[in-house]
Design a protein around this ligand. Sequence first.
Ligand SMILES: Cc1cc2nc3c(=O)[nH]c(=O)nc-3n(C[C@H](O)[C@H](O)[C@H](O)COP(=O)(O)OP(=O)(O)OC[C@H]3O[C@@H](n4cnc5c(N)ncnc54)[C@H](O)[C@@H]3O)c2cc1C
Length: 207
Amino acid sequence: MALTPSVTLFAYTPNPERVVATAMRQSRYKGNVKEIDLSEEDIKRLINLALNLRHMSVFEHISFSFAIEGISRACSHQFVRHRFFSFTQQSQRYVKFDQPLFITPPTVLNSLEALKIYNNLMDEILDTYKKLLSIGVPEEDARFVLPNATETKIVATANARELMHFFKLRMDKHAQWEIRKLADLMFEHVSAVAPNIFNKDNIKYFE
Ligand SMILES: Cc1cc2nc3c(=O)[nH]c(=O)nc-3n(C[C@H](O)[C@H](O)[C@H](O)COP(=O)(O)OP(=O)(O)OC[C@H]3O[C@@H](n4cnc5c(N)ncnc54)[C@H](O)[C@@H]3O)c2cc1C
């Protein structure tokens, strides 16, 4: 079966929407943040106000950490261009891959001819990688033969403002299929825990 991106949201700021709304309220409130007591209705209203006014700093107070696997090195290379994320990627120097996994693009999967050519090359690469290791070449050098298709695992953390920017660019139809799939999955996770911020109607505000 073909490998596809898999995303786990394994940590995030508790009560994320309340944190954002409290910051928004503080910006217009004379007193102390500890006196701010918001209803669910207030939270929704303050989030909408922040988005409408492009008062974007309030979204920087909450962050989300994702464990991602089943993506190619081509995809992770696109992902790590987003500079306000923090990343930790599985090392090809320290991890010995007895059987590195390769991602297969749908256009290849959907053509028997393309799939045969593709798999032949992946088998040859795998064979070469293992041969180099077996004659004493260290992992950090043997990995030079591994392709963009090689599967990787990466932990990524970002605040909500950076996530909005990432979603704006990478859920767009111009983004490549793999990072678009990744962005869609990440969006599903954050919209489950912060639905007043991350919903499809709000994408027009993301910048
Ligand atoms: C469809 C598509 C095609 C692409 N094709 C290519 C390609 O062919 N080649 C290629 O190299 N890249 C390509 N990219 C990557 C793109 O150029 C960006 O590097 C990537 O999308 C990260 O975007 P960003 O810099 O806006 O985001 P982030 O790094 O997340 O930054 C967020 C925002 O912070 C601000 N910012 C961050 N750093 C600076 C800075 N140093 N100076 C000023 N403002 C800053 C900007 O407003 C930026 O939008 C492509 C991206 C997309 C979506």
